[in-house]
Design a protein around this ligand. Sequence first.
Ligand code: WTA
Length: 646
Amino acid sequence: MKTRYPVHPEFATHTLCDNDKYLSMYQQSIENNEAFWGLHGKRLDWIKPYIQIKDVSFDQQDLHIKWFADGQLNVSYNCIDRHLPTKADQTAIIWEGDNPAESKNISYAELHQEVGRFANTLKKLGVIKGDRVTLYMPMIPEAAYAMLACARIGAIHSVVFGGFSPEALGDRIINCKSKLVITADRGVRGAKSIGLKANVDKATKKAGVKDYLESVLVIKTADHEVDWYDHDHWYHEVSQSVDTFCEPAIMNAEDPLFILYTSGSTGQPKGVLHTSGGYLLYASMTHEYVFDIQPGDVYWCTADVGWITGHSYVVYGPLANGGTTLMFEGVPNYPDHSRFWQICDKHQVNICYTAPTAIRALMKEGDEPVKSTSRKSLRVLGSVGEPINPEAWKWYYEVVGEARSPIVDTWWQTETGGIMISPLPGATALKPGSATRPFFGIKPALLDNEGNELNGVASGNLVITDSWPGQMRTVYGDHARFYTTYFAAFKNVYTTGDGAKRDEDGYYWITGRTDDVLNVSGHRMGTAEVESALVAHPAVAEAAVVGYPHDIKGQGIYAYVTLVNGMAESETLLSELVNWVRSEIGPIATPDKIQWAPGLPKTRSGKIMRRILRKIAANEHKNLGDTSTLAEPEVVVNLINNRLNK
Ligand code: WTA
C-alpha cells in the first residue's frame, strides 16, 4: 500500500492555500501569534471592533482564556444577515430527509426569517440573554434555527444528542439550570421513530428538573400522538403571531455561545463552554481552509448537531462563511447502502465530511453500492472523530473518491472548538492514518509522562502549548474542574488526553486516548459513566468497563460485572443489565459484551488493574505484562477461561 500521496495536480493550481502559503502563514501564526489572530479576526463582522486580542493564563491561580475581549458582535448576524446583500437567494441549508423523497432548500433570506421568528418565539416564552436552553432535536432545519435563534438573543444553547436517555437529558438540564427545552414530537432515522417528546416527558419527571425547567417547546413534524402537559407549547402555535424580524443582541466576544456536554474520565459528563467571537472565528477559518471552500460549493458534514462536529461544521463554520451546508436527517444504510453517494449525486455535493465508523460500515457492504453512483461532483473528502485505519482510508480514497479527492483526516475535540491538526487539500501530501500537520496558530508538543518535551521523531502525550481562539473557556459551573482536567497534569499547556507520535516529516499520528475515555463509533464515552450506571443496578456489586477493538465501531464496550452475594447469573439478568445501561445513559452506551466476574483483578491496595482487563477483552491474555502486583492471581485465570472474545 502506498504510504505517501502528494498534493493532487488540480489542487496545485486551484486552491485557497498551497504548501508555500501554508508554511509562511503557519510561521507567522506562531512567531507573531497575537498579530496573526488580530488580522484574521477581521473575517467576522464586529459591532464594536476589538482592540485587545489575546489575554490568556493557564496558571492554576489565574486560569483564564479571553480573545477579542473588548469586541462586540452577534453570531447569528455573522451567520446570516451579513450575507443578505449578496446571497439572499443562495441556498444556506439543504435539508435531506430520512425519507429520500423529502428534501428542501432554505435560502439565506428564508433562514433570516425563520431564525427571526424562532428568536421572537423564544422571547415570547420569556427567554432572555444569558438563559440556558436545552435542545433535544432530530436533524431537521428547526435544530439549526433554534441554535441560531439562541445566538441571536444571547441565550446559551445546550444541545443534547437524541440518542441520550431521559435520565441523561434530565441530568444535563439540571446541570446548566435550563429554563426551556426545545424538542420535536418524534425523530426518524432509518424509518425508525424515536419518541423525543416522550423522552422529554420522562426527563421532566426526574427529581430536580422542574426546579429550573419552565417550558417545553415542541416542533410538530407529523401527526403523531403525544402526551401533553401544562408546560408544553407547540412551536407552530406560539410562533404564529410573532414578527419574523428580530434585532440581533449585542454580545461581547466572551459572552457564552453554547454548552456541550462531553465525557471524561470521571462519572459526570462535563459542560464544555464556548464563547462567541473566538469560537466563531476559529470554526469559520478552519472550515474554509481545511475543506478548501470555493464559491458555490455544496458542502456536507454528516454529523448530528448533538455533537461538536455538528455545531462547528454543519451550522456555525459553513454559515459564517456564507456557504451551502447540507443537513441529513437519516443514516448511511437506509433505504440502502448507496444512500450517502446518492445524496452526493442528488445535491451535487463537492465536499463530504464523515466518520471512520460510517466508512467501515459501508466498506463491509462492498464496492457495488458505491459504484452504482456517479460521485463526480466530489472534490474533497473528510474524516473525523477517531483514528481512521489505513484500510478504511484507502477504500474511502480509491473506491469513494476514485483517487481524485484528497482526504482530510481532521483531529480535534469538543474542547478545541474546531479542527487542530489536519491536511489542507492544496498544501499537504497525505499519509493514510496521519492527521498530518497543525492548523495555523496551533503549537502541538509531545511530552513524556514526567512532562519533558520530546523533540524530533517521538511518541508521547499530545499537548498544545499555547491558546487559540476556539479553545473552551471553562467547564460550566466548575472552573476548578477545568483546571484539574486540562492543566494540572502538565504545567502551562493544554493537555488533550490523546497520545500521538511525530514522524520524520513532522506529521502527527494520533494513537488514541491516554485516559479512560472510549471512542465508540466516534462517540466519546467515559468508562466510568458506564460503570456507575451498572453499579446503580441493585444486582451489581462492582463493575469494570474497558474498550476492545471492534471492526466497525472502532471500539466496543466490554463490561466485567460482579454480582451482589446470592444473586444468580442468568441470561435474563444479562439483558436486563444491557437495557438498564440504555435507560441510564442511552442506546449509544449499550455494552457489546458483559462478562460475569466473580472477582476483579486488583492490586494489593485495591486498585482495579484495567490494563489486564483490556488485554483479556482484546483476547491478548497470553501477553498480560507485569502481574506481580496482583492481589489474587486466580481471579485472572477465571476471567481468561470465561472470556467472551475467543
Ligand atoms: C478522537 C470530535 C484520531 C480523539 C471532533 C479525541 C480522533 C476525541 C480524530 C474527541 C482523528 C477525533 N484521529 N482520533 N482525526 N478526531 N479523535 O470530543 O481521541 O467527540 O480526543 O470531538 O476523538 O472526541 P470529541
